[in-house]
Design a protein around this ligand. Structure first.
Ligand SMILES: Nc1ncnc2c1ncn2[C@@H]1O[C@H](COP(=O)(O)OP(=O)(O)OP(=O)(O)O)[C@@H](O)[C@H]1O
Length: 274
């Protein structure tokens, strides 16, 4: 059993990861509190992607463990992890380009209801009034998710015809379809333009206000500083700083390790605008 605080939804407990002789992560230890937006940052090669993959159960750590709502992820199969309420997005969009946005989300919703797939097929072949009601409920849910991510006007369009930023929103909608308690986002705004990024910041906040805990790995520093409640900074696989954006922004270890000149520029810009 975990001995950590009861408001933590995810516990990263002394996690280490070695690839042969290379230590990608060393003794990483932090909690994610329920309902917060936490960002994981660090320079290239700091170990963010490795940590992300361990926190989603895609990689088994060579040391330590990750608990999601008290369950050890290395002992839990990926589909079970999704059912426990932990969902992730991928850097590359994984939409079905020839299907409409709505069909992509419907596929996601039906896939999540996997154990009823055989019954669902029979229901579609021989629809009873109850089956029709159930299918309508799924369609309503799909439309609600599409509305949440702001793609209602594109719901009937082929996903492949959407802009890159909009396709990423479809990927986000697919993650929401599993009704997660926690969402891990892998560089969610990479490739988005400034207004898409602002829209995404509002969306993440809205989803969090619905009770979903958010963890993101992201290189876009202004976005990270704006959206995060708390930031964890890695360097050479080790946690070097942890705290609210204002503390991270001015932390000498972070500035030295990662932000460097761009942080100094950021500070200067803010002073200039003050
Ligand atoms: N499968 C692997 N086999 C061997 N070494 C790996 C593997 N995955 C990652 N590494 C190494 O582990 C270290 C951490 O890499 P990781 O990709 O986690 O960093 P990152 O912070 O995500 O970097 P970036 O910001 O460039 O994506 C790097 O030195 C990397 O080369």
């Amino acid at each position: 059993m975990s001995t950590t605080s009861s408001s933590a939804i995810l516990n990263v407990e002394h996690v280490g990861m070695k690839f042969g002789g290379l230590t990608a992560i060393a003794d990483l230890h932090f909690d994610v509190q329920e309902g917060e937006i936490l960002s994981l940052i660090g320079p290239n090669g700091a170990g963010k992607t490795t940590a992300f993959n361990i926190m989603t159960g895609f990689l088994k750590p060579t040391q330590g463990r990750v608990l999601f709502r008290g369950r050890d992820l290395s002992q839990t199969r990926p589909n079970e992890i999704a059912r426990l309420g932990l969902a992730r997005t991928f850097q590359r969009t994984s939409v079905f380009a020839d299907d409409t946005v709505r069909d992509n989300v419907l596929i996601g919703l039906h896939r999540f209801g996997d154990d009823t797939r055989a019954a669902a097929l029979l229901d579609r072949l021989f629809p009873t009034p109850a089956a029709r009601r159930a299918e309508n409920a799924v369609r309503e849910r799909a439309d609600a998710i599409i509305d949440m991510v702001g793609l209602t006007a594109r719901a009937g369009d082929k996903a492949g015809s959407l802009s890159y930023g909009e396709q990423r929103l479809v990927g986000f909608a697919l993650a929401l379809a599993v009704e997660p308690k926690m969402l891990l986002l892998d560089e969610p705004v990479s490739g988005m333009n400034a207004s898409e990024t602002q829209g995404f910041v509002r969306l993440i906040r809205k989803v969090r206000d619905e009770g979903v805990t958010i963890l993101l790995v992201e290189h876009d520093m202004p976005m990270v500083m704006e959206v995060s409640d708390r930031i964890v900074c890695l360097n050479y696989g080790r946690l070097i700083a942890e705290g609210p954006p204002e503390a991270i922004r001015t932390d000498p270890k972070v500035i030295e390790a990662y932000l460097g000149k761009s942080a100094a520029k950021l500070e200067q810009r803010e002073v200039a605008h003050a």
